[in-house]
Ligand binder design. Structure first.
Ligand SMILES: [Zn+2]
Length: 87
């Protein structure tokens, strides 16, 4: 499955970075500011927003991002879940 492969690649990349002590930061949207000003540190698995200074664990950011996504795309999500391809 593609999603599983992506997950593995991500995990392997993180492990390699941890072993080699390489700091990698990804710019992500802060769930509070909704601007791409938060930095997700892949070595520390922590994120911090440059604008509002909120910070936390990556699991928390993932949960907040998913909640935010489903809030904004609830209708589209419902449609894709219930659309059987026949109109
Ligand atoms: Zn913020």
């Amino acid at each position: 499955m593609q999603a599983e492969n992506d997950k593995m690649t991500w995990k392997v990349a993180k492990i390699i970075c941890q072993i080699q002590e390489i700091e990698i930061e990804v710019l992500v949207k802060c769930p509070y500011c909704e601007l791409r000003v938060a930095r997700l540190n892949l070595k520390e698995s922590l994120w911090e927003c440059d604008r509002c200074n909120k910070e936390g664990a990556e699991e928390e950011l993932l949960r907040l991002a998913q909640e935010n996504f489903f809030d904004k795309h609830q209708m589209a999500y419902w449609e894709t879940r219930n659309n059987k391809g026949v109109k």
